[in-house]
Design a protein around this ligand. Structure first.
Ligand code: F6R
Length: 608
């Protein structure tokens, strides 16, 4: 849940680390710190609050050196105070540690260290590592690191420097991501690729259990079994431009605008429009699908909402039974999963711990696992039997937008592919579906052209504290996502409900002026949705509908209508979610909220 950057080389470690941390602030931003080794002394500076506070301080009080580690934190143990911020020192100030993850047995380790006379300055689990490394070090850094890993339990990515070994940067990972960037006479570590793009595009993705020693000209890595290993050198295709704001005020709006392009890229990669074939043969073969009796889609948050659309699409198009489940619940539900199950894990980051652990559970039960993820080399992508990359490009805004639509599109294509394998779709039907989806990127471009009405509607939200998002069928699944977007970036409490469920209790909350966003895109359910709108309107609710221009009854009964282009019902979610993303974004702006870094949230949730 935190961001780590480390540097060893001939350049200014402080500059590299601060720039890298800025790119990682999406991973956590309630405090930040840096440690630089100069001569024989490691100097630490840390500040609670955003990275800019640390930056400002260092401008006035510069430090310099060629070896250092830095950290941007999202608190898990102990409040986001200066003393709890990373890096953490050993008592003699010689060992310094940054950590991402949670050390589960830290209380027990801490007790043992206190008994040995170690004194603690913070409430964190991380400080244990600094003291423990110190107690294990007998002149050989790799030996000490190896022994440390054997004693700690939990998820971690670690960067360690020790003033006795001025030419070494140590690192290791288990469950939390860590990469090594490869440079010329310099090397790097980081939690994620954007931190290093300015300096290198060549990286090693560490495997679980990997640990090693990095100098400016050498990388020495060991695997979980203590064998010396050479990890693959991956070349990152993302440009720095892609990983930064590209002229937009915020990442969220940039990423909303990137959706036509990223969806187009996915279509180009997966669909051959000459013969309407879908390029998923690598993913699952006919004989493999024939053995599958049930499908589970497992994810968290927005990825879960994409999964709900996926369930609908696979059931409708491929006529296979699907259950979509929240990862944190699934794992403890003793699920009906066995070797006849296909378990699909959806995760933008590929590092969400709840999803990773749910995958482990499914693997234990013999299920086939398929990941739909956006990050090449992420834990989920490496643990799964099969992977579909959403290729949405780096998503930096905390609120997921372009990853969501890419996940939904991949589900749509997967549903058609499964239907084809099962021979339950005619070539005409398939052609129609693929022609309709081909129009989606351009239809989103149209939606993004004129934002005036959405901006005006967001003014209405500025002064409200509660709202509802409702819909029927597929519309309900999009309502869930619209409501989540509004909550996370505007801090307005919104609730999403199947429209027909309102009258069973929640309608008691409707009062004059309370906004209800009503999604009305499903032809068969339109009449019923119009009745719901009337029910709400007669009780004073302010109705914002999302529909296409043919649905005149909906429009006539609404206070505001956010129009979307006409598509086939099953694809409408890819369009109707766009005004909802925008509405959340502009409401956040109106309220003066830091939309890319809303409070209490982090981009990648690597704790249970
Ligand atoms: C909301 C959001 C979160 C994530 C969830 C899962 O905008 O981004 O709800 O969708 O934390 O994250 P990933 O997809 O990285 O597994």
């Amino acid at each position: 849940m935190c961001g780590i950057v480390g540097y060893i080389g001939e350049g200014d470690a402080k500059e590299v680390i601060l720039e890298g941390l800025e790119k990682l602030e999406y991973r956590g931003y309630d405090s930040a710190g840096i440690a630089i080794l100069k001569d024989d002394v490691i100097q630490i500076v840390k500040k609670s609050g955003k990275l800019s506070i640390l930056n400002d301080y260092l401008e006035k009080n510069p430090i310099s050196g060629n070896l250092g580690i830095g950290h941007t934190r999202w608190a898990t143990h102990g409040a986001p105070t200066e003393s709890n911020s990373h890096p953490h020192y050993s008592e003699d100030r010689k060992v310094v540690v940054v950590h991402n993850g949670i050390i589960e047995n830290y209380q027990q380790l801490k007790k043992g260290l206190i008994e040995k006379g170690y004194k603690f300055e913070s409430e964190t689990d991380t400080e244990v590592i600094a003291h423990l490394y110190h107690s294990l070090y007998k002149g050989n850094s790799i030996e000490a690191l190896k022994n440390l890993i054997q004693l700690i339990r939990g998820s971690y990515a670690l960067g360690i420097i020790h003033s006795d070994n001025k030419d070494e940067l140590l690192c290791c990972r288990n469950e939390s991501p860590l990469i090594i960037g490869i440079g010329e006479n310099e090397n790097f570590i980081a939690s994620d690729v954007p931190a290093l793009l300015k300096y290198t595009k060549k990286v090693h993705f560490l495997e679980n259990g990997d640990y090693g020693k990095i100098t400016k000209s050498n990388i020495e890595l060991y695997d979980i079994n203590n064998n010396l290993v050479e990890r693959e050198v991956n070349t990152i295709e993302w440009t720095l431009e892609q990983a930064t704001k590209g002229g937009y005020e915020h990442f969220m709006i940039k990423e909303i605008h990137e959706q036509p392009e990223t969806l187009r890229q996915t279509l180009e990669r997966v669909v051959n429009y000459h013969d309407y074939s879908i390029n998923f043969e690598e993913i699952i073969k006919k004989d493999e699908l024939e053995k599958i009796e049930n499908i589970h889609i497992i994810a968290c948050g927005t990825a879960y909402h994409a999964g709900l659309q996926g369930e609908y699409m696979i059931e409708k198009i491929a006529k296979l039974p699907v259950a979509t489940e929240i990862a944190s619940e699934f794992r403890y539900s003793n699920p009906f999963v066995d070797k006849k199950s296909l378990c699909i894990f959806v995760s933008q980051s590929g590092e969400t711990l709840d999803t990773i652990l749910a995958m482990k559970e499914c693997k234990k039960r013999g299920a086939m696992t398929l990941a739909i993820t956006n990050v090449v080399g992420s834990t989920i992508s490496r643990d799964a039997d099969k992977v579909i990359y959403t290729m949405a490009g780096p998503e930096i805004g905390v609120a997921s937008t372009k990853a969501y639509t890419n996940q939904v599109l991949n589900f749509f294509l997967l549903a058609i592919y499964f239907a084809e394998l099962k021979e339950c779709i005619s070539s005409d039907e398939k052609k129609l579906l693929l022609e309709e989806v081909k129009k989606i990127p351009q239809q989103i471009e149209v939606l993004l052209e004129d934002l005036e009405l959405i901006k005006e509607t967001s003014e209405y939200f500025k002064n409200v504290t509660n709202g509802f998002y409702i819909g029927r069928g597929l519309d309900y699944k999009v309502a869930l996502e619209g409501s989540l977007k509004m909550k996370e970036v505007s801090y307005i409490h919104t609730e999403s409900l199947p429209a027909g469920e309102l009258k069973h209790g929640t309608i008691a909350l409707i009062e004059e002026g309370l906004p209800t966003v009503v999604l009305c895109t499903q032809t068969e359910l339109l009449e019923k949705s119009v009745s719901n709108i009337r029910e709400l309107k007669s009780r004073g609710s302010y109705i914002i509908s999302v529909t296409n221009e043919e649905n005149t009854e909906v429009i006539a009964n609404s206070d505001v209508t956010l129009l979307i282009p006409k598509t086939i019902d099953i694809l409408s979610g890819l369009l109707s979610v766009i005004p909802l993303q925008l509405l959340a974004y502009y409401t956040s702006l109106n309220k003066g909220i830091d939309v890319d870094k809303p409070r209490n949230l982090a981009k990648s949730v690597t704790v249970e």
